[in-house]
Design a protein around this ligand. Structure first.
Ligand SMILES: Cc1cc2nc3c(=O)[nH]c(=O)nc-3n(C[C@H](O)[C@H](O)[C@H](O)COP(=O)(O)OP(=O)(O)OC[C@H]3O[C@@H](n4cnc5c(N)ncnc54)[C@H](O)[C@@H]3O)c2cc1C
Length: 486
């Protein structure tokens, strides 16, 4: 049995902790914040609940391996999974198009919008259906276990490799189709990665566990504790001590120090190497952080309540303001407890570049009053944008909260306040960066930054893999959970 110290109690840390306990090791998670969950969280503002995270959870289809992992981690245990009728709706010049969970309805909607684009639409849905059957979420429901390279040998899919969302959109003539393709992920996102989101959502593999993000994190935390894991909150790791090529102990901001056989680090590598760990960042990571193709991003967000019986859209709705800013507005009518009776919680999100994220973090540090004023202005501008887009709802909106990249910087400690890892560029295959660090043989990274574009399944999987590595080193598998079979 190994003594494992985990820095960070987000999804990666909780997953590592749960699998460590399941395998008979002894795990202790040290979380800087006052609550576990990291980005998988939510918070109360008076009578309103703000849900920070899940727009869709890949792995809600029981035919998938990821579903099995979520079950083992307690994320899905005993809760209903809600699949919205549509993941997002894109609006342009009075017309709209939705990504429906029903693939036939989705295809028919696209065809009725633009018969001129029929050939491209049919090809796109052929590729989506093929991806679904390769993943085992449609057809015979058999996961073919195909690698990314195998998938690219299929001609129907190969024609999308190397294309960005923007380049794919240019194959369509209808302006709304063009806009729809780039709407959620931006112009540079890989077209194949986008098709896989379509495939997952239309394959019942992108639902929402009832109760929202914070409840899901609480279930993971409860699972970890019920297995005998130890969770220490308010414990910020400040230094990882090294000796003889091993990590020997961790010092915390409260002046305490703890030793362990293995140390797993789940924080953003940009705040680890050369900072809490006196070792250079491994070259593969450095290349990613310095790349101009795989970029980091964050966003500005507002929680707004809406006094209305019903809304003219479901799921997420995407539109551009007169100033050319893209707004993603999410509605929570499926979670009535998030707002008082008669109101619906909404959240708006506008993505921002690394530069804008850094400048928001700097502004909060240097001029708090100006930062707060900007937040208030942002909230009001989002209400104006909503009223312009939905004139029938004028006077129904109330600002509840505003948060920025600086919020994420403080809350989860990522360098630029990012909450996913690098964007998924067009010319890239899903690549997993090694979690080993030369100079510290018993230290492992388990973080979403090991694989683009990050997200909950990748974070959880990295935690699981770190424990698998430790089990291999220890030659002691204990009670091997199903999803951890070697
Ligand atoms: C608005 C939003 C929407 C999202 N939507 C989705 C979605 O729909 N689907 C999806 O799959 N994913 C989504 N994500 C992404 C998902 O939340 C993240 O990918 C995932 O939570 C990352 O988990 P993690 O454990 O790798 O990192 P984090 O969540 O960043 O956790 C790291 C933890 O380490 C702690 N920590 C950092 N430094 C230290 C230190 N020195 N000492 C101790 N503790 C430390 C932090 O406090 C934090 O708790 C969304 C995120 C956001 C914010």
């Amino acid at each position: 049995m190994a003594d494992i110290l985990i820095i960070g109690g987000g999804v990666a840390g909780l997953s590592a902790g749960i699998y460590a306990q399941l395998c008979g090791h002894s795990a202790a998670i040290y979380e800087a914040h006052g609550v576990a969950g990291g980005n998988l969280t939510g918070w109360q503002r008076g009578d309103y609940h703000v849900d920070n995270c899940i727009h869709w959870l890949t792995g809600t289809n029981p035919a998938t391996k990821t579903y099995e992992m979520w079950e083992e981690l307690g994320v899905l245990g005993g809760v209903e999974v809600f699949t919205p009728e549509s993941l997002y709706t894109c609006r342009l010049d009075g017309q709209s198009l939705s990504l429906y969970s029903d693939i036939n309805k989705f295809e028919a909607e696209m065809l009725s919008l633009s018969s001129l684009d029929e050939k491209e639409i049919r090809s796109l849905f052929g590729a989506v259906r093929l991806l679904q059957s390769a993943m085992g979420i449609a057809g015979d429901k058999q996961d073919k276990g195909l690698s990314a390279k195998d998938i690219l040998k299929l001609p129907l899919l190969a024609r999308y490799y190397g294309l960005s969302a923007k380049q794919l959109s240019m194959r369509f003539s209808h302006p709304l189709l063009r806009s729809f393709i780039c709407a959620f992920w931006g112009d540079e996102f890989g077209a194949l990665a986008m098709l896989s989101v379509f495939a997952n959502f239309c394959g019942g593999n992108g639902g929402l566990p009832r109760g929202g993000s914070k409840a899901a994190a609480d279930r993971m935390t409860a699972r970890f504790l019920s297995l005998g894991g130890r969770l220490y909150l308010g414990k910020r790791a400040e230094k990882i001590e090294l000796s003889g090529g091993r990590a020997t102990s961790v010092s915390f901001s409260d002046g305490t120090r703890t030793e362990a056989d293995y140390i797993i680090v789940t924080a953003d590598p940009a705040v680890v190497f050369g900072k809490i760990l006196d070792l250079p960042m491994p070259k593969a990571f450095l290349r990613q952080y310095e790349s101009t193709r795989a970029v980091r991003f964050s966003s500005f967000q507002c929680a707004i309540s809406c006094r209305a019986g019903s809304l003219p859209f479901g799921g997420d709705c995407i539109f551009d303001t007169d100033g050319g800013e893209r707004v993603i507005v999410r509605e929570f009518s499926h979670e009535p407890s998030f707002a008082p009776t008669g109101e619906i919680m909404l959240q708006t999100m506008t993505f921002c570049s690394e530069r804008a994220a850094k400048s928001s973090i700097r502004l909060r540090r240097l001029n708090r009053a100006e930062y707060d004023e900007k937040k208030q202005k942002l909230g009001l501008s989002q209400i104006c944008a909503l009223e312009k887009e939905f004139p029938q709802l004028k006077g129904c909106f109330k600002l509840i909260d505003v948060w920025t990249p600086a919020t994420y910087r403080r809350f989860v400690g990522s360098e630029i306040g990012s909450y996913m890892s690098f964007t998924f560029p067009a010319r890239a295959l899903p690549r997993k960066l090694d979690g080993h660090v030369s100079g510290a043989e018993n230290l492992l990274l388990a973080t979403q930054w090991q694989q683009s574009p990050g997200g909950l399944p990748i974070a959880a999987e990295r935690g699981r893999q770190a424990i698998l590595e430790i089990c291999k080193k220890e030659h002691a598998y204990g009670r091997m959970p199903l999803a951890l079979e070697v």
